[in-house]
Design a protein around this ligand. Structure first.
Ligand code: ATP
Ligand code: MG
Length: 726
């Protein structure tokens, strides 16, 4: 145990010694292998040289000199290589060459290959030592040197004579020791090389797995981005078909804006993949970039006005001529401006600054806003594809999270860089710096009408009609309350048209407001999206199903995340149903109706006359314990004519109206009615099982007036209390 610990400690030290910042795992492992192999060989040399010095200092003079030579070169190598970085391969090759040449000279001194005491094997070991480099040129070079040594020391051995002291016996012992030792070094290197390959293979397959997962995530995100607009288009189309007079105007506008949204999304994705494949050319012209930026900034004025945001263009100079690609600059600036306008609340300020940094010969474009800022923990990810900050920033804007990924790739393509500074107090600033050159042909820039910045995913901006949209839609008090939690405004509009006849509708735009509304209204059923800003549908579902106030409410997840895993997560958290977008209208209506009908089963289960018997095979049911708790409080207070519902709601941690709505939906009765019925059942039970007479029983269950009791008893059971048989 101790030995193993010591070995690990030594290996860790060797790794530290050979490591340097930026050294990858593969290189480190090669460096460590070579270092350990050399250290082992050095130990072998030291031991042999000491042995020669002790036993035959005169006879083995040549070998002792060779030992000193190895000692010096190998120690230098062991001290020097950990300090080397990229050129360690070259130094290693030189080291092995020097060793080979030194060995050749020694072999010749010893009289050639036959009397070399096995040094020729050491030369072969030098060739094998180069295997971990995985550089065939180095191995080939060392092999050529080895061949040269073998030929020279073999063919020309007759020209050299072996020292007289090197008897055949000593020669064969040396041969044996060297062969064993050097093949040991070679074996170590080859085995660790194989182990290294295996490790790399498994690392590779892990990497592939990660890549695959990233791809899957990407696809899930893409489908989500497509499914919501498609659902709206399909839904609007249905509405137009069924009620053309009302929907032909509104519906076609929605279809148009969603189609534009989809098209912009497809274009963004294509651009991103083109950029990544290096297939996007740069078409630069020399022109006045300030002038062009002014045009871009002006195109956003109407969007800014819609939110009462002040949009200022602040150029350093009046004109600045440089090479730039009009379309790329438009995408970059439009993305940054549209983000700033989108995420800055009404009455804010957005500034577009432009100017040259003379020292670095850079042109800077800065877009800053005084919006909510990006939380520091999210800052490193804002340029990732599909990344969206999902925290409560007071904004609930839509978007796909592709904009900044595209900006980053485009800026890179133009040879520049982009960074972001953001604080929750003062807002966000994106800084793009571009290299200044003046080599391209000169051209007056005429803004490109085909790709106008105003088209730029404008669908994600609130259209004018959106402000008039009310989220509280209460109409007919008898209909069940349905809460829709969905971030897409248009989808809400469609669901409203679809459901308003059968339900009283409540709307929320994200999980957080969804929760608030669910607690305030205790709806009869909830329809919720999964991917939403601020708080996603699954987290909301989890909270709802674990809160006693809302745990009974059926929740239908209506989502674009239709893969099996997402369904399973949703169902596991207690979703009562799962529908993929785009959904079939009738299917949604039927499923909602069925879920509400299912409540009848609950009414029977929790009827006052029934005992609630928990199912042993199922985990504890919040509804069972809720009803049981209320019943036990009621049973303690059976004799109390003025049963206090206030007190009950306080003990349960609910408001009176929450208690009323939850209780009613489980039992179809108010608390007081239920209490009343429970008392009558208790009375019946007492009459059947005890010797008490009718007036004693009436008193025991809280009825002060006997005729009142008899009437109520008859209404409930269809017979007089006196007729109850024992
Ligand atoms: P898209 O641009 O594809 O329509 P998006 O705006 O959500 O969608 P990005 O432009 O890539 O995506 O932005 C990524 C995220 O960074 C945004 O979701 C937002 O949370 C955050 N963000 C970007 N710009 C700002 C800003 N000016 N202020 C606050 N948050 C911002
Ligand atoms: Mg954006």
């Amino acid at each position: 145990m101790k030995g193993k610990y010591l070995f690990q400690k030594i290996m860790a030290w060797i790794e530290r010694l050979n490591n340097y910042p930026g050294c990858d795992r593969k290189e480190l492992s090669v460096r460590v292998q070579l270092w350990v192999g050399s250290a082992y060989a050095l130990l072998h040399v030291v031991l042999l040289t000491i042995a020669f010095l002790i036993f035959a200092p005169e006879a083995l003079k040549v070998l002792i000199r060779y030992g000193y030579f190895l000692l010096i070169t190998m120690t230098t190598y062991l001290i020097l290589t950990p300090r080397l970085r990229k050129n360690y391969k070259l130094v290693n090759a030189i080291h092995l060459t020097i060793l080979s040449v030194g060995t050749l000279i020694t072999i010749l001194y010893l009289g050639g290959i036959a009397t070399s005491g096995g040094l020729i094997v050491a030369c072969l070991a030098f060739v094998l030592c180069s295997v971990p480099f995985q550089d065939s040129k180095i191995t080939l070079l060392l092999f050529l040197i080895f061949t040269f040594i073998a030929i020279v020391s073999g063919l020309f051995s007759s020209y050299f004579s072996a020292p007289a002291s090197l008897t055949p016996k000593i020669n064969s012992i040396l041969f044996m020791v060297n062969t064993l030792s050097m093949s040991g070094v070679s074996l170590f290197l080859i085995l660790s090389f194989i182990a290294q390959q295996r490790k790399l293979e498994s690392l590779e397959s892990e990497k592939l797995k990660e890549l695959n997962e990233a791809k899957n995530r990407l696809f899930t995100n893409i489908t989500h981005e497509f499914r919501t607009p498609l659902t709206i288009i399909q839904g609007m189309n249905n509405l137009i078909k069924t009620n053309p007079e009302e929907w032909i105007g509104k519906g076609t506008v929605k279809i148009e804006s969603q189609t534009r949204n989809l098209l912009a999304l497809v274009n963004q994705m294509l651009d991103l993949s083109k950029l990544e494949a290096g297939a996007m050319p740069v078409h630069s012209f020399q022109s006045d970039i300030i002038n062009y930026l002014k045009y871009l900034s002006d195109s956003f004025i109407s969007m800014a006005q819609r939110k009462d945001i002040q949009l200022n263009f602040l150029p350093d100079n009046r004109h600045f001529v440089m090479d730039f690609d009009q379309e790329k600059i438009m995408y970059i600036v439009s993305n940054l401006l549209s983000n700033a306008l989108k995420y800055t609340p009404c009455n804010g300020t957005v500034e577009l600054y432009a100017g040259q940094m003379k020292k670095q010969n850079e042109f800077i474009i800065k877009v800053s806003d005084n919006g909510p800022g990006i939380p520091p923990e999210h800052l490193p990810f804002v340029f990732d594809r599909f990344f969206r900050v999902e925290e409560d920033q007071g904004t609930q804007e839509g978007g796909s999270g592709l904009g900044l990924a595209l900006v980053k790739e485009l800026v890179k393509l133009l040879g520049g860089s982009v960074r972001v500074i953001s604080s929750m107090e003062s807002g966000t600033t994106f800084i793009v710096s571009l290299p200044v050159t003046n080599n391209a042909p000169e051209k007056e820039i005429i803004p490109n009408e085909a790709v106008s910045p105003a088209d730029f995913r404008s669908a994600s901006f609130p259209a004018d009609d959106q402000q008039s949209y009310s989220e509280n839609e209460n109409s007919n008090g008898d209909l069940p309350i349905l809460l829709v939690v969905e971030d897409s405004h248009d989808l809400k509009l469609y669901l409203k048209a679809l459901l308003e006849k059968q339900y009283q509708l409540e709307f929320a735009s994200n999980g957080k407001t969804g929760l608030q509304k669910a607690f305030d209204h205790i709806p009869d059923i909830i329809v919720s999206d999964v991917m939403m800003p601020v708080l996603d549908g699954i987290s909301m579902l989890d909270i709802l199903k674990n809160d006693i106030r809302t745990s009974h409410i059926p929740v239908v997840m209506l989502t674009a995340k239709a893969d099996v895993d997402s369904r399973l997560i949703g169902l596991d958290k207690g979703a009562d149903d799962y529908l993929a977008k785009p959904f079939n209208e009738n299917e949604l209506l039927i499923r909602l109706r069925k879920l509400i009908e299912l409540r009848r089963v609950l009414h029977e289960r929790y009827a006052a006359g029934e005992q609630v018997i928990p199912d042993k095979d199922l985990p504890e049911n919040l509804e069972d314990s809720f009803i049981q708790k209320i019943r036990s409080v009621m049973e303690e207070n059976l004799g109390d004519d003025n049963f206090d519902v206030h007190q009950l709601s306080r003990t349960l941690g609910m408001s009176r109206s929450q208690l009323y709505r939850k209780f009613k939906s489980l039992t179809n009765k108010s608390v007081i009615d239920y209490f009343w019925t429970l008392r009558l059942y208790k009375a019946k039970n007492l009459l059947q099982t005890t010797a008490l007479n009718v007036s004693e029983v009436a008193w025991a269950v809280g009825f002060k007036n006997l005729s009142h009791f008899s009437r109520a008893f008859k209404d409930q059971f269809g017979m007089n209390p006196s007729a109850v048989g024992k």
